[in-house]
Design a protein around this ligand. Structure first.
Ligand SMILES: Cc1ncc(C[n+]2csc(CCOP(=O)(O)OP(=O)(O)O)c2C)c(N)n1
Length: 391
């Protein structure tokens, strides 16, 4: 068996600054150690795919975050692994348990995934190796995994069999209760028609400075942002619908730059749990803008489930300390400027009209180039305060 502390030390020597994920009983000792030890940062995620997106954001900020997950959570990871990490060539270390390992008794719900864990990882482009049970073997296996990540620029999974990590007690610090926030309404609700997305994006570009990192959601939002202005401070999330705020969380955790995430209603609903993950992390220099046109505009305008969802109320209930509900473009601009001076995270909600520019461009750079250009921007020390936040 290996001690959880040794594994964490070995990860720390490979620049792992943080661990994020969803627990599995095979990893209880590791999670107990991380969650109890204030010297190691632990970021609970609501979903294994969210954890991959957070770790991807950390990479975009020049940091390394390790994802921990049960192998049944691989299903939840497939989308970001295939449509974010693969096109962007972004490596993240994964520690994945092997429930349902063939030949070992386990619960029926783990049988099928246990049989295909290695194949599934290979199919989604993730190289993998078994974490050894002996301390002597640990360093070389981690080194090989890190070599694979460097060489392939893709995630590598360390697969953990039952009983690999020695037991560890949990003494997790209690989270500070977050004060309930009030929704601040800005703008004039009697002003008539809501703006369209391109007008909202123009206002957004006018309200944020050139030091701010912008992450835009999947579909026409990213295409419109690219069409308006293509700059190193933009990261277009061309795939992984719903992961924009998790990527933003990962960037904001490891950078002093203000991060603005531009989300859609369909995308936000797809990963609604991420509002809880972001809301739980104040102070965080992140502004989460939700442009709600009530439809999946990018795929033809089909109704989303936004009509019955009170997004500002959800964000406030999830712990965002500042929530703005903007009735018009002036309100949106005011909210963005106010949010930039808040410790955050802030939620900025604006109703917009469906519809888009015609014809509409698409990012012409490959996602891997956009990712590297954005990483250079985020890690550039062209402002005194651009240093990692303390734990
Ligand atoms: C996992 C996944 N499912 C479906 C799609 C197809 N898709 C791309 S954009 C989009 C609509 C997004 O809706 P919303 O977030 O409301 O933004 P809007 O298009 O209205 O700007 C959909 C369904 C996808 N890219 N990924």
């Amino acid at each position: 068996m290996i001690a959880a502390g040794l594994l964490l030390d070995e990860l720390a020597t490979r620049s792992v600054a943080e661990v994020t994920g969803v627990p599995c009983s095979f990893l209880t000792p590791l999670i107990n150690k991380v969650a109890s030890d204030p010297s190691v940062r632990y970021l609970p995620a609501t979903h294994e795919g969210e954890a991959v997106a957070i770790a991807t954001g950390a990479w975009l900020a020049g940091a390394t975050t390790c994802v921990i997950a049960q192998n049944s959570g691989l299903g939840n990871m497939v989308n970001p692994l295939t449509s974010l990490n693969h096109p962007c060539r972004i490596p993240v270390p994964l520690i994945v348990t092997w429930r349902g390992e063939p030949g070992r008794p386990d619960e029926p719900q783990h049988e099928l995934l246990g049989a295909v864990t290695a194949d599934l990882l290979t199919m989604v482009g993730v190289s993998h190796s078994l974490l050894p049970p002996d301390p002597e073997g640990l360093g070389p296996v981690l080194d090989q995994g890190w070599d694979a990540m460097r060489g392939r620029e893709l995630p590598h999974a360390f697969v953990v069999r039952k009983g690999t990590i020695a037991p560890e007690e949990l003494s997790e610090p209690r989270p500070r209760p977050s004060p309930h926030s009030r929704v601040v309404r800005l703008g004039d609700p009697g002003r008539g028609q809501a703006p369209c997305r391109i007008e909202a994006l123009e206002s957004l570009l006018g309200a944020i400075d050139d030091q701010t990192a912008v992450i835009s959601t999947t579909g026409k939002c990213s295409r419109e942002l690219f069409t308006l202005a293509d700059r190193p401070q933009h990261f277009y999330l061309v795939g992984a619908m719903g992961s924009a705020s998790a990527v933003g969380l990962g960037v904001a955790r490891h950078s002093a730059r203000r991060v603005v995430v531009v989300d859609g209603d369909g995308a936000a609903l797809m990963r609604l749990g991420t509002l809880a993950a972001v809301g739980a992390q104040p102070p965080l220099a992140l502004t989460h803008v939700l442009l709600d046109n009530q439809v999946h505009d990018s795929t033809g305008g089909q109704r989303s489930l936004a009509a019955g969802t009170d997004f500002p109320a959800v964000a406030a209930a999830c712990g965002y300390p500042r929530v703005f509900d903007c009735a018009d473009l002036a309100g949106l601009r005011d909210a963005l400027r106010e949010a930039a001076n808040e410790p955050g995270p802030c939620f900025v909600y604006a109703r917009i009209q469906p519809g888009s520019l015609e014809p509409l461009g698409r990012p012409t750079l490959h996602p891997s180039e956009v990712a590297r250009r954005f990483r250079s921007f985020v890690t550039r020390s062209d402002r005194a305060e651009a240093t990692p936040r303390p734990g």
